[in-house]
Design a protein around this ligand. Structure first.
Ligand code: MG
Ligand code: MG
Length: 248
């Protein structure tokens, strides 16, 4: 395992990548309504990122064909964009990444399309909450397993499934770096975090069973029972006193 420590110049580039990504996600959020298409959201994201002099991180990553992942309802992650209009009551997880001067950022949000059920709304809210529970109290010297354990505890205490086939990750000059950050695990386990580590923490939850399958496009991961899924991700920096969120 090779966990890189970023210096101040590298962190500055990641902050910039994170800021452009946050603005991209804000733009997308403001453009989600019944009748909208994820292909259009993809164009908005691409155009905004390019207009900032940055590059989309996901486009052509191992052949992925879009700037954003757009995962609707039972789709957990890596959803393909489509010309099918979003419907009132849908939820859509948008995952996106930006490269600024060779450094990546990565973040995801699940958004409501119009009015959604209380069940779906709670799932989105608790998934976001599990991210903040995961990083609460984290700083240089903390164990990685603390994050994994707290995310699992939060989601499972609400009766939600924790998707185990996918995980968070280190991030920097590559979109995916060491370490792998599971969304479940033991409190006092894993590597000891150091100041200058940059990590993408990303709980993925399901309203029903946590079992998932890979769709025929070989990318999209979807719940087996068809239950809705939510995703919440930020890129964070570990500091000596705590955590700095780079994509909020
Ligand atoms: Mg992501
Ligand atoms: Mg990620």
């Amino acid at each position: 395992m090779n966990v890189t420590i970023k210096n101040e110049q590298e962190i500055e580039k990641m902050r910039r990548a994170g800021k452009i990504l946050k603005e991209t996600l804000d733009l997308i959020e403001a453009s989600i309504y019944p009748g909208q298409t994820s292909l259009h959201l993809n164009d908005l994201a691409y155009n905004y990122i390019i207009s900032q002099g940055a590059k989309p991180s996901f486009l052509n990553y191992e052949g992925f064909p879009y700037t954003i992942c757009a995962s609707v309802n039972a789709q957990v992650v890596h959803g393909f964009c489509s010309s099918v209009p979003l419907k009132e009551g849908d939820i859509i997880s948008i995952d996106c990444g930006v490269i600024w001067e060779g450094y990546h950022s990565d973040a995801a949000r699940t958004f409501a399309v119009g009015n959604i059920s209380l069940e779906k709304s709670r799932l989105i809210e608790v998934t976001k909450q599990s991210f903040f529970e995961g990083i609460k109290g984290i700083k240089a010297g903390s164990r990685l397993g603390h994050i994994s354990h707290k995310i699992q505890l939060c989601l499972e205490s609400h009766g939600y499934g924790v998707v185990r086939e996918l995980a968070g990750h280190g991030i920097g000059t590559h979109l995916h770096e060491d370490p792998c950050i599971l969304n479940f695990g033991k409190y006092n386990s894993g590597i000891t975090l150091e100041a200058g580590m940059t990590l993408a923490i990303e709980p993925m939850s399901t309203l029903g069973s946590r079992e998932v399958y890979l769709e025929d496009n070989d990318w999209t991961v979807t719940t087996q029972d068809g239950s809705p899924s939510a995703h919440y991700e930020n890129t964070i920096l570990i500091t000596k006193d705590g955590v700095e969120i780079l994509t909020m």
